[in-house]
Design a protein around this ligand. Structure first.
Ligand SMILES: Nc1ncnc2c1ncn2[C@@H]1O[C@H](COP(=O)(O)OP(=O)(O)OP(=O)(O)O)[C@@H](O)[C@H]1O
Ligand SMILES: [Mg+2]
Length: 304
């Protein structure tokens, strides 16, 4: 079943089309990757879906309902959460507080309980704190609850961002370059985590330049170039696609390696890890599709 259906998305910035007539969909329970060179329009798709931008033309349907360029809180109310390409976590908050803030945004205690400081409010707060610790453990940050974000290792900071997004209990998680700037071990942890998130019934739309991650984890891949969709298919189709090789992957990628590395040839200003290399043959965990125990329509499959 289509969870997300993007139809003819077009947006102009000062007369230049950042996206032109882009259509694709994401089925419930899938991991779909959105790839392409720097400036192709990937983050712009996320910004349009989450109300940061309004499309010039085109529509985004979520569970069959038009998101209609509605504001960000509406996307989040409908079950869409995202992480950002550049870190957005407040540097002074602890891991626990960061996740608690995310949880409190998602589920507030009844106002009278808050005002009166009732026992019910205290019980609610204990439940929320337990839930925060559960999410922190799930992303692999157990034991670091009291650490301040600015003191975290880079990889842990990005895990915290994912934890904060999961606190919203999303149905659809948008991840914008979650492994950018990470070392191989950190990349492996995040790749495994994405599989675990999907195994819990959360659908994932992933923007990523690391082709070992993309090809290892995705059910389908959508490729943008200069704001246009140039290909869509399963990873094996994409890695053989002549247009994709020309625009992004580079010659020699079809076999999975180039000079001993799997490379996405990001073009243009090297902004965001687009030219990172990953040693060939480095294992990438391949997650399983969710079981029938995953989220049903309208239901809640908590990610942990
Ligand atoms: N708010 C904006 N105002 C003007 N131009 C913008 C805006 N947002 C994006 N653009 C332009 O739209 C194009 C697509 O940008 P976008 O950030 O979506 O690319 P991307 O595919 O995410 O690239 P990268 O891999 O480098 O993150 C770029 O040319 C960018 O400069
Ligand atoms: Mg981007």
């Amino acid at each position: 079943m289509k969870l997300l259906d993007v139809q003819g998305l077009t947006i102009y910035f000062g007369g230049l089309a950042a996206l032109r007539d882009v259509s694709f969909h994401v089925d419930e329970g899938e991991i779909v990757s959105l790839i392409g060179p720097n400036g192709a329009g990937k983050t712009t798709v996320f910004n349009l879906m989450t109300g940061f931008l309004r499309p010039t033309r085109g529509r985004v349907f979520y569970r069959g309902r038009d998101l209609g360029g509605s504001p960000g809180h509406e996307a989040s109310r409908r079950g869409i959460a995202r992480t950002f390409q550049k870190t957005e976590v407040f540097p002074e908050v602890t891991v626990l507080t960061g996740v608690l803030i995310g949880l409190h945004k998602a589920a507030r205690a009844p106002v009278w309980d808050v005002l009166l400081g009732t026992r019910r409010k205290r019980a609610h707060e204990e439940r929320v704190a337990d839930r925060a610790r559960e999410i922190i453990g799930f992303v692999g940050l157990a034991g670091k609850e009291g650490e301040v974000a600015r003191n975290l290792a880079y990889g842990d900071l990005r895990l915290l961002e994912i934890a904060v997004a999961l606190a919203a209990d999303p149905e659809l998680l948008l991840l914008d370059e979650p492994t950018a700037g990470m070392n191989p071990e950190e990349t492996r942890r995040v790749t495994y985590l994405i599989g675990q998130i999907r195994a819990k019934g959360v659908t994932v739309l992933l923007v990523e330049h690391d082709m070992n991650v993309v090809m290892g984890i995705s059910d389908r891949v959508v490729v943008l170039d200069h704001g246009e969709k140039i290909a869509e298919g399963v990873p094996d189709e994409i890695r053989q696609n002549a247009d994709v090789i020309r625009a992004y992957l580079g010659a020699g990628f079809a076999g999975g390696t180039r000079g001993g590395t799997a490379v996405a040839g990001a073009r243009g200003p090297a902004s965001s890890g687009g030219e990172r290399l990953r040693p060939a043959g480095e294992p990438v965990e391949t997650p399983q599709k969710p079981s029938a125990a995953g989220r049903g329509p309208g239901g809640s499959a908590r990610p942990c």
